[in-house]
Design a protein around this ligand. Structure first.
Ligand SMILES: Cc1cc2nc3c(=O)[nH]c(=O)nc-3n(C[C@H](O)[C@H](O)[C@H](O)COP(=O)(O)O)c2cc1C
Length: 386
């Protein structure tokens, strides 16, 4: 498949909207309740403007970024996204391999559908995101599995103690665990490329996708409730469990879903390796602040050099550069790369990453910066009243 007519990440969204059944597209695109936070994540970028500088010799540019002693060619990674197998057969693998080829981090969701051992084999260095229950005996068994698979970076999502209220899923008949019903069947029949290329292919190759990486073993099918319950115990998770994890986990340990500066400060106190500022792409607490707005306060709450990362609504290189100017080390992109995987598999994701790379490189030059560390907060102005 040629991607020359995909000129921006939004073009993948347009193509995925046509290709995926409404319920599946809605599951990916949607947010919680009235979708205020989903919209505000995007709207925040228009409330901040660049102040570029000229005549700065930007002929030798690089968007390299160092994280824990490793260099990445861009300050960009792929956010964890569960049940990616609904969008494409083995989408987790397509995302992992595209990120690996580009030298960028990919965070494998705990709710993913390809066993993490296979992902680590084909895309070594993949990070793992856990939806941990507040039960150290069960956590210990998951950690053993992660270590056996040579996982180095563990991300604990802290914004999902209970399920978000995603009315759009309910309206379209989309449930987790997944259950087929007449309206979904009709939806599938109206999208034959998905029906044959994803649904039939997946059933033929390996049967109904499974919760492969939620717990210590390959779990049940996504049409079934896991033995311990899907979210049982997540509402018990507390800072004590994070302290326990810190003592137990020898690799890098991050929190995802940090929105309050005091939580970022606590992560520093517990000697974690970084935080990801996130409101789960507007899919959990509707009305939570946009992540671009939350970012500066969190950067201010941690010591200089402590990695603060962010996700939520990033669609352009310019968006990424605004977060970098506010002090973000890495920006994670979610939905657009899921759409790229749905439309074009690994090649689609690589093309999407290439688009972001081009935008970041060009805009860095236009800002008058040869390197990311020249891009500081004085290049941004708030635009009041918008
Ligand atoms: C379909 C989908 C599934 C997601 N699943 C997870 C998940 O399993 N774990 C997690 O921490 N975040 C999950 N998220 C949230 C993303 O990691 C990320 O925070 C968000 O999508 C970033 O916003 P963006 O999609 O606007 O780039 C999911 C998001 C989407 C769209």
């Amino acid at each position: 498949m040629a991607f020359s007519h995909f000129l921006s990440l939004d073009d993948f969204e347009t193509a995925a909207r046509r290709r995926l059944p409404r319920a599946v597209f809605g599951f990916v695109a949607g947010g919680a309740e009235a979708e205020h936070s989903l919209r505000d994540n995007r709207a925040a970028f228009a409330r901040v403007g660049f102040v570029p500088r000229g005549l700065r010799d930007v002929s030798r540019r690089s968007a390299d970024v160092a994280l824990w002693g490793r260099s990445h060619p861009l300050p960009v990674g792929i956010a964890p996204m569960g049940i990616a197998g609904m969008c494409r057969h083995e989408a987790d693998l397509a995302l992992a391999q595209a990120a690996h080829a580009a030298g960028l981090p990919f965070i494998l969701s705990g709710s993913s559908n390809v066993p993490l051992e296979r992902i680590q084999q084909l895309a070594p260095g993949t990070w793992y995101q856990g939806y941990f229950p507040g039960d150290t005996a069960r956590m210990e068994r998951i950690l053993q599995r992660l270590q056996a698979a040579r996982t180095e970076v563990l991300v604990v999502t802290i914004d999902t103690c209970v399920a978000g209220n995603r009315e759009n899923n309910a309206r379209r008949g989309f449930t987790v665990p997944f259950a087929l019903n007449p309206s979904l069947m009709l939806d599938g029949l109206l999208h034959p490329r998905w029906l044959l290329g994803v649904f039939a292919r997946t059933l033929y190759r390996g049967g109904v996708p499974r919760w492969c990486n939620l717990y210590e073993e390959i779990g049940c099918r996504i049409t079934e409730e896991p033995a311990h319950g899907f979210r049982t115990g997540r509402d018990l998770l507390s800072w004590e469990h994070i302290a326990w994890l810190r003592a137990r986990w020898p690799g890098r340990l991050l929190l995802k879903g940090v929105m309050h500066p005091a939580d970022a400060a606590e992560a520093v106190r517990l000697q974690l390796d970084g935080v990801i500022v996130s409101n789960h792409g507007g899919r959990q607490l509707d009305g939570s602040l946009s992540t671009l707005q939350a970012l500066p306060e969190i950067v201010a709450a941690v010591p200089e050099g402590f990695p603060v990362m962010v996700d939520g609504g990033f669609r352009r290189g310019a968006d990424v550069l605004k977060a970098v100017a506010f002090g973000a080390r890495m920006v994670f992109v979610g939905r657009p790369l899921m759409y790229a995987a749905a439309v074009g598999g690994q090649a689609g994701v690589r093309h999407a990453i290439g688009l972001l790379h081009g935008e970041i490189d060009r805009n860095l030059a236009l800002l008058g910066c040869a390197r990311l560390d020249e891009l500081t907060r004085d290049r941004l102005r708030a635009i009041p009243g918008i």
